[in-house]
Design a protein around this ligand. Structure first.
Ligand code: SF4
Length: 336
């Protein structure tokens, strides 16, 4: 269900914008309608009050927890069933974060990612995106939402932007704690820059070489690494928060001295942070994960050369919940 459909239904029952906000806020903050405030019977129109139990059941039914897979680092991969029998994966992250999926599958087909191997199956609706956050909030506090799960958010732009708008207004989540992650898309940059809620931006860079980037991300928009960085820099200056450039470190592919020189040339002096993430092993793929020592040495050198670099290990790798490891697993728990 789209968020707009929910609003239209409430309006048809006589709800004013204030009533819509209230119903949606209680849902997204995972609060019963009467907690800490006046009871709904105090001022919601009678038809809305009467419809609330059925509407609540529908809202909470959009994302159904099928199974939880806790990892050693405090994160957990959730297998989440959608109303039509499809499933997505949502990851509870340490420090009150949640990583949501914006598509079932993905059309970009990055060579080092499991999600895109079967292509795009369907878009996740704005309601289903928010429902993943509500589901997470039923288990632990959520103060940060990253759009880094299954799918390319820029390929489902209307739904993702609607979800961001609700989370950043009624959802009690700071705008820079909403992180829109993309391989790069001019239309997405324009829409995000024009939005009332401007999320932080994470851009998948992965290499400074245009031809290699086209091979690694075969169906990403044809932006060169330099163009990507220029778009990111404009957005960072507009919002005031740094752009996160993502770099999946692949042994023998993008971990050489030439790439490090390219990174310094592209990112030094930019309002940016480079997140270097050693590749998470995926069966059947030929890529190799570099040793942690090597990755740490690379990050240290980049730091010394003037590029703010953070070496990150994906949360939840031991339960296949790390970057690139999510996929459209069967919704039947016996087959997981
Ligand atoms: Fe899609 Fe992201 Fe995987 Fe690339 S890394 S295939 S954009 S989900």
């Amino acid at each position: 269900m789209q968020l707009d459909v929910i609003r239209q239904r409430l309006r048809a029952l006589g709800a004013m914008p204030l009533h819509e906000q209230r119903v949606l806020r209680d849902w997204v903050q995972c609060q019963p309608h009467d907690q800490g405030r006046r009871r709904p019977s105090d001022f919601l129109p009678k038809p809305v009050r009467e419809a609330l139990p059925a509407l609540d059941a529908e809202l909470h039914g959009m994302a159904r927890l099928i199974s939880t897979h806790p990892a050693d680092d405090g994160s957990a991969r959730l297998l989440v069933g959608l109303i039509d029998g499809q499933a997505v994966e949502t990851v509870l992250l340490p420090r009150d974060g949640v990583c949501v999926s914006s598509q079932v599958g993905c059309a970009v087909g990055c060579q080092f990612c499991m999600t895109g191997r079967d292509g795009l199956i369907r878009q996740v609706t704005s309601g289903e995106i928010v429902a993943q956050v509500v589901l997470a909030r039923a288990q632990r506090p959520v103060k940060k939402v990253v759009f880094m799960g299954m799918g390319e958010p820029a390929h489902n732009l209307d739904n993702v932007i609607d979800a961001i708008a609700l989370l950043g207004t009624e959802g009690n989540i700071g705008h820079k704690n909403l992180v829109f992650s993309t391989v790069g898309d001019v239309r997405a940059f324009e829409r995000l820059a024009a939005g009332v809620v401007k999320p932080a931006l994470a851009l998948s860079l992965h290499t400074t070489k245009p031809a290699l980037r086209e091979r690694l991300l075969p169906r990403a928009p044809k932006l060169t690494p330099r163009e990507l960085v220029e778009h990111g820099e404009r957005y960072a200056r507009l919002t005031g928060y740094p752009v996160q450039f993502q770099w999946t470190l692949l042994e023998g592919v993008n971990d050489g001295a030439d790439e490090m020189d390219g990174i310094v040339e592209l990112l030094k002096g930019k309002h940016a942070v480079l997140n270097m993430i050693p590749y998470n092993t995926i069966p059947d793929l030929a890529f190799k994960r570099p040793s942690w020592e090597k990755a740490r040495a690379i990050a240290a050198v980049l730091h010394q050369r003037g590029v703010l670099t953070k070496l990150r290990d994906s949360a939840g790798q031991d339960v296949d919940g790390g970057c690139g490891q999510l996929r459209a697993r069967a919704a039947n728990p016996r087959t997981i």
